[in-house]
Design a protein around this ligand. Structure first.
Ligand code: AMP
Ligand code: MG
Length: 390
């Protein structure tokens, strides 16, 4: 049995980044850049007006003749005299002979002249060429997550393709004779199966849109056979259930018989102790406990960081949140506890119903409160560390 920190470190050391691919910018949401991106242009590409108004060369004069118009999209590089201005609109090219734009609200306009009522400072309302980014400057460093804003920025620079890390292909193998799919009438002795859809949804929150789900009964031969083909096709395999020490738990044996290398088995924690982590070639295998709350806890603590590492993220662990605890907490287990909890602006409340089989409180929790194995007690009012979940 290993410590939580050791398990996290072993997983991190074994989850190498995925190969890369070129992708269209408009399909790149949620991917992580594999190489830095350089700007092919200046942005703005020319000096732009930031206002609807008049462009002129700044001086002590207040009166100017209006001798032309520059609309967005035009390129009239008119040569203005010191006494002249042009009508200009937001985003339009500012002629080289002008250095300032006055907004139209600060002007009294006649048919072909203006009187500036409120004189702006020199260079006001002119966006310099390359103000956002200069040609050949770095747009994004490698390992940047592509967000909607990043897609917009790449598009405005005229970039249509980027190199990203591929997303890992993930499969879930569900074990358990007692499991039935929701939607049918529940038979005696059976329960509805929750882990596949729950883990699939948790994967979606970190950018894995599609997950393939397989099911087997508690049978060594069937489990071994299912794993044999799954291991060939996926980068990450999650197995649900069958990894404990019961007479009908065959997952570990089936993995070892498929030449999966054991990297650890069992972690000194509650819930979620019976977990196996291993690898075969580049494929990672997480055999998660069947108890739904254990399964999801271990997803957040172990699986999500590994998926993010493979996807190319530089930050694979969510930042912890620190809050004052609302009640005393005892830990006489010698294990690290992950407690379903709800935090607000100032405090955190540990929820009732911490059993590993129970999802009722997990479903309303927004965090896991971490009580390290060597901490025997937290006193009400003490600051504690939480992992936010969504
Ligand atoms: P196991 O880890 O296979 O021994 O299962 C532990 C407990 O979790 C048992 O009560 C199972 O019925 C339950 N369980 C296992 N797999 C699932 C699942 N996919 N959905 C819901 N409950 C499950
Ligand atoms: Mg089982």
């Amino acid at each position: 049995m290993i410590k939580v920190e050791e398990a996290i470190a072993i997983i991190e050391a074994n989850s190498a980044k995925m190969p890369t691919k070129l992708i269209s910018v408009n399909r790149a949401l949620g991917y992580v850049l594999a190489t830095k991106v350089i700007s092919p242009i200046n942005m703005p590409p020319f000096r732009q007006s930031a206002m609807d108004g008049y462009a002129f060369s700044h001086s002590i004069r207040h009166q100017y003749d209006v001798v032309g118009i520059s609309q967005a999209g035009d390129h009239s590089n008119i040569k203005l005299k010191a006494t002249e201005a042009i009508r200009i609109f937001t985003g339009a090219f500012v002629p080289n002979s002008a250095d300032t734009v006055v907004m139209q609200e600060h002007v009294m306009a006649n048919t072909d002249s203006i009187l500036i009522a409120e004189m702006p400072e020199k260079f006001s309302n002119v966006r310099p060429k390359g103000e956002q980014i200069a040609k050949d400057d770095v747009v994004f460093e490698a390992n940047t997550l592509i967000t909607p804003a990043a897609i917009g920025f790449l598009a405005i620079l005229g970039i249509t393709e980027i190199e990203v890390y591929k997303k890992p292909k993930v499969a879930i193998l569900v074990t358990g004779n007692e499991l039935m799919q929701p939607g049918k009438k529940l038979k005696k002795g059976k329960i509805f199966e929750s882990n596949s859809v729950m883990l699939e949804a948790a994967l979606q929150t970190i950018g894995i849109e599609k997950t393939k789900i397989y099911r087997v009964r508690d049978n060594l031969k069937a489990t071994k056979k299912a794993l044999k083909s799954i291991l060939k096709k996926y980068d990450i395999v999650l197995v649900s259930g069958g990894i404990s020490v019961g007479d009908y738990d065959f997952v570990k044996e089936a993995l070892l018989q498929n030449d999966v290398k054991e990297l650890f088995y069992k972690i000194n924690q509650k819930p979620g102790k019976p977990m196996f982590f291993g690898s075969k070639n580049e494929t990672l295998v997480f055999a998660l406990p069947g108890n739904p709350a254990s399964s999801l806890t271990n997803f957040y603590i172990y699986v999500a960081p590994a998926v993010k590492n493979k996807m190319g993220f530089s930050e694979i662990h969510k930042p912890k949140v620190v809050r004052k605890i609302n009640s005393d907490i005892k830990n006489n287990t010698g294990k690290t506890l992950f407690l379903k909890a709800k935090y607000d602006e100032t405090t955190v409340t540990v929820l009732d119903g911490q059993s590993s089989a129970m999802l009722n409180t997990f479903a309303i929790a927004n965090s896991l409160l971490i009580v390290p194995e060597n901490v025997e007690e937290y006193k009400k009012g003490q600051l504690v560390s939480l992992l936010p979940i969504d």
